[in-house]
Design a protein around this ligand. Structure first.
Ligand SMILES: NC(=O)c1ccc[n+]([C@@H]2O[C@H](COP(=O)([O-])OP(=O)(O)OC[C@H]3O[C@@H](n4cnc5c(N)ncnc54)[C@H](OP(=O)(O)O)[C@@H]3O)[C@@H](O)[C@H]2O)c1
Length: 247
């Protein structure tokens, strides 16, 4: 498939999990992919995997918790037609155990980094007359998940910005949307132990999602098939269960 032929996509956090699956999917559909992460070894593997499916990719390392490093990433990425703000961190801790460093890490990586990338990359999309942005959110941004307060709050901020940017850049033809996954099996979520499996049982489909199920939704939202979809936060979460009496 060559839906994205001639387009360059920057996928942040593409060395693992959902971002890796998005990078592979966009490359399969013809995009040249800028794979971003911190770990150069995992970056080289992602690039190799993309080349193995006939795609084109290059890796840029940057720490998204550092504002200047995010600006360097934007400069080194060059012309980007599709920006996927996927990289994110999700610590689970009660509010009284969340320190300033946790707070700053979540807001720096999950909110400020996408903010800077949009600031730096969207003006050139506007000049070229095309482009779009997909932000990766979470169901915990909409409905609080126990222990995920600062994580959910950071992604709720990203949802708000998604809707704002859809308006701010819509006039120029640039679409901005979010995809909001439920619990997904990834390298990162595996570190949470049983939490993700348990969250899977809260979904109507009664299971966790797979990274490629999220990637397919992201590719659709980024594609011309979604040309009139702008400013939405699309749940890809197995569905919510109906309210029922407590057992
Ligand atoms: N998995 C889930 O259940 C789930 C559910 C809803 C939403 N999400 C969202 O989906 C996104 C991806 O989640 P995932 O589970 O696929 O995560 P993951 O397996 O932990 O991968 C995270 C990716 O982000 C990169 N990253 C993290 N912090 C970074 C930093 N400070 N600077 C640069 N890169 C950084 C990592 O790169 P390196 O390791 O190379 O540094 C890695 O490529 C996140 O935004 C997350 O909030 C996940």
């Amino acid at each position: 498939m060559t839906i994205f032929e001639g387009s360059t996509a920057l996928v942040t956090g593409a060395t693992s999990g959902i971002g890796y699956a998005i990078a592979i999917e966009l490359a399969r559909q013809g995009a040249e992919v800028v794979v971003h992460g911190r770990n150069a070894e995992r970056g080289a593997k992602a690039v190799q995997d993309i080349e193995n499916v006939g795609g084109r990719a290059r890796f840029i390392a940057a720490d998204l918790s550092e504002a200047d490093d995010v600006r360097r990433l934007a400069a080194e990425a060059g012309e980007v037609d599709i920006l996927i703000n996927n990289a994110g961190i999700y610590g689970f801790a009660p509010t009284v155990e969340t320190d300033d460093a946790d707070f700053d890490a979540h807001f720096g990586t999950n909110v400020r980094a996408p903010y800077i990338l949009v600031q730096k990359l969207v003006p050139a999309m506007i000049e070229r007359g095309h482009g779009n942005v997909v932000n990766i959110s979470t169901v915990a941004a909409d409905k609080p998940a126990a222990g995920a307060g600062i994580y959910g709050a950071s992604k709720a901020a990203l949802d708000l910005l998604t809707k704002l940017w859809a308006d701010e850049f819509g006039e120029a033809g640039i679409r901005v949307n979010a995809v909001s996954p439920g619990p997904v099996e990834t390298e990162g979520s595996a570190e949470l132990g049983d939490i993700v499996e348990g969250l899977g049982r809260t979904r109507a489909l009664q299971r966790v999602g797979q990274a490629d199920e999220i990637a397919k939704a992201v590719a659709f939202v980024a594609s011309p098939a979604a040309s009139y979809i702008n400013g939405v936060v699309l749940p890809v979460d197995g569905g919510s269960r109906a309210e029922r009496p407590a057992a």
